[in-house]
Design a protein around this ligand. Structure first.
Ligand code: GDP
Length: 326
């Protein structure tokens, strides 16, 4: 039975985890339902605090997230997590790690965890992750966490969609810094050296503090913490620093800037999606398209000339999300 957009919005806002899971699948599949639903949900999103947790594979991001969830549940928060693993072709909570974690939190309606892999288009992953953050936000999870492997461009894009960016490293963090995409050190608001129960962590904390001090000019100075997810150490400290950063964002006006930037990103994404949709529709209605391409290939027609013609004739209302029945 098809249901109205309003009904889906209602189910998602009431925290119906099956409806949320279905909506996330639509987002992953870039199904038309996703756009309609997101447009209806975005106005009620915005209440959640968004945290990005990034870092190389194996440093303990999932373990830290798990500890954070426990802490936050104890404080009465509802927590939504989207774990992005661009190396995995699986989605929909099919990852083993997820299943293991789900066992702990499966019966808790205050926790929602979902993994996303590379299904969908290249570059689509960052967009889908942002959409899922909006969904979880609208569903009433007041803390939402995006867990990403901090090595690629899409992770850099995702961190722009959150309020506080945490970069997790292992005890041999000095070496791992090399692995990270350039620019990721600069966007970290908090550094966590995990596995502090193992040798080397103290040295890594000192090294990163030194790097932070070198780079620091003014404003927020990212704290560098030591933690041990397996022993449950340092997690309260981490949450305290997140709250301190949240206060800083509010008081400095930086939070407002980040929110506006997020809106601008969303606008830009939709502009691109509309242009793409309009172009594909236009192209499908041009039986002579191959001939035009050949003319350009043979140098008989200029590329810019073709682009001008296309831009003049595109119908940008195509691909616009519509309400109604899903
Ligand atoms: P992720 O890939 O960054 O999400 O890392 P995981 O959370 O999956 O952890 C990778 C491995 O490190 C697992 O075997 C964890 O049990 C282990 N691990 C996580 N945190 C700690 C820690 O604080 N100390 C130690 N010794 N091992 C840890």
């Amino acid at each position: 039975m098809p249901q109205s957009v309003e009904r889906w919005v209602e189910r998602i806002r009431s925290g119906d985890s099956r409806a949320i899971a279905r909506a996330i699948t639509w987002v992953e599949d870039e199904a038309p339902e996703a756009a309609a639903l997101l447009n209806a949900l975005r106005p009620v999103a915005g209440g959640a605090y968004r945290i990005g947790l990034t870092g190389p594979p194996g440093v303990g991001k999932s373990s830290l997230t798990d500890r954070l969830i426990r802490l936050l549940r104890g404080l009465g928060h509802r927590v939504g997590v989207v774990a992005v693993d661009p190396t995995s072709p699986f989605t929909g909570g099919a990852l083993l790690g997820d299943r293991v974690r789900m066992v702990d939190h499966a019966l808790d309606p205050g926790v929602f965890i979902r993994s996303m892999g590379t299904r969908g288009r290249l570059g689509g992953l960052a967009r889908s992750t942002k959409d899922v953050l909006d969904l979880l936000d609208a569903a009433g999870y007041d803390v939402v966490i995006a867990e990403t492997v901090g090595v690629g461009q899409s992770e850099l894009d995702v961190v722009h969609a959150v309020d506080t960016v945490i970069l997790a490293l292992g005890p041999a963090g000095g070496d791992q810094v090399q692995m990270l995409k350039a620019g990721i050190m600069e966007i970290a608001d908090i550094f966590v050296v995990n596995k502090a129960d193992l040798p080397g962590a103290d040295r890594t904390v000192r090294l990163i503090r030194y790097m932070v001090d070198l780079a620091h000019r003014r404003g927020w100075r990212p704290p560098v913490l030591a933690a041990s997810a397996s022993e449950g150490r340092g997690v309260e400290d981490l949450w305290e620093q997140i709250l301190r950063h949240r206060t800083y964002l509010e008081e400095s006006g930086e939070g407002r800037k980040r929110r506006l930037r997020r809106v601008e990103d969303a606008v830009w994404d939709q502009v691109l999606a509309r242009v793409q949709g309009a172009f594909l529709q236009w192209k499908a209605a041009r039986p002579d398209w191959e001939r035009v391409l050949e003319e350009v290939a043979n140098g008989r027609r200029g590329l810019e000339d073709v682009v001008d013609e296309i831009l003049h004739s595109l119908d940008f209302s195509a691909g616009k999300a519509e309400g109604g029945v899903l």
